[in-house]
Design a protein around this ligand. Structure first.
Ligand code: FE
Ligand code: FE
Ligand code: ZN
Length: 297
């Protein structure tokens, strides 16, 4: 069965209830949320009554809790220890994010590994390893999914080698995995048309069982551009057919596929129509018109 959804909003007043309802409105059976604004670390208190209601809605709609994924804010940088206070704050924030996910019953947290900034890349990677080993506890029922990055600026985790270096040094192997992002792979230099060859190498070096989530995005930029700008499915440089070969790859059938494609005209979520197009397995060249018509009906 196809497990597909998108990133959805999470607001303090409705919490996970609002996120689940938004996902259902797109016809999704999975989703990803941030526990607050992705670009900052302000977080509210989780209301257990709301969580309880959200879990009931999930159950009523046959959405498995394992298909609900959290994304840590992008400003958490576990790689930079130049300012010790900031370094410790990043670790403390991620620890609190793990605790919030445990409270919500959510098991998977997508994390951007970090950026080297002015540091040597190998040293910065050691900081990530050090941070994660500090944060993770034996009893955590949590998996941190390191996202494959595009290589913008000084991002780390931009190829299998760097991800393997981090993962192989994590003490609790059951608590670490990978989130593949198709836009980031393309922008980092991987030809999505040869995705099976990438998976073969990934399996050999890291293990395919470590893949816990796939971000399905087209890219606005050519392969190896190191840009990271997402495009709607079938409207970018990767194209519909290559993305479909990832979404329907038999080796990744049990892995949730999450869309992070851009809103149309900044206001209109494209996910209902993109999910329909993916389920139909046929490219809709009128996607934008259909989205605008849907929101203006
Ligand atoms: Fe991400
Ligand atoms: Fe992503
Ligand atoms: Zn991205």
């Amino acid at each position: 069965m196809l497990i597909i959804g998108s990133h959805v909003s999470y607001k303090n007043d409705t919490q996970l209830i609002g996120s689940v309802k938004e996902a259902l409105s797109y016809g999704a059976n999975a989703f990803m949320f941030y526990t607050g604004a992705p670009q900052n670390t302000m977080r509210g208190v989780i209301d257990d009554l709301k969580t309880y209601e959200a879990l009931n809605i999930l159950k009523d709609n046959n959405i498995a809790l394992e298909h609900v994924i959290c994304h840590a804010p992008y400003i958490v940088n576990l790689a930079n220890d130049q300012d010790n206070e900031k370094f410790l704050f990043a670790q403390d924030f991620l620890r609190k994010e793990i605790d919030r996910c445990i409270t919500l019953g959510v098991k998977y947290i997508v994390l951007h590994p970090g950026s080297a900034t002015k540091l040597d890349r190998d040293y910065a990677i050691k900081n990530i390893i050090r941070s994660l080993n500090n944060i993770l506890l034996a009893e955590d029922n949590i998996v941190i999914l390191l996202e494959t990055m595009a290589g913008k600026g000084t991002e780390l985790g931009i190829n299998i080698k760097e991800l393997k270096e981090i993962i192989s040094n994590i003490a609790y192997q059951d608590k670490i995995g990978v989130c593949i992002d198709t836009c980031h792979l393309n922008d980092s230099g991987i030809e999505i048309g040869e995705f099976d060859a990438y998976l073969d190498e990934f399996d050999k070096e890291i293990g395919i069982n470590k893949i816990g989530c796939i971000h399905v995005n087209d890219s606005k930029n050519p392969i190896n551009s190191h840009k990271d700008r997402h495009e709607n499915i079938g409207f970018g440089t990767i194209g519909f057919d290559k993305l479909m070969s990832v979404i329907y790859n038999p080796r990744l059938e049990s892995v949730p596929k999450i869309l992070e494609t851009p809103y149309v005209n900044k206001d209109y979520a494209p996910y209902k129509q993109e999910i329909e197009m993916i389920k139909n397995k046929s490219f809709n060249s009128h996607l934008y018109e259909d989205i605008l018509a849907y929101y203006h009906k």
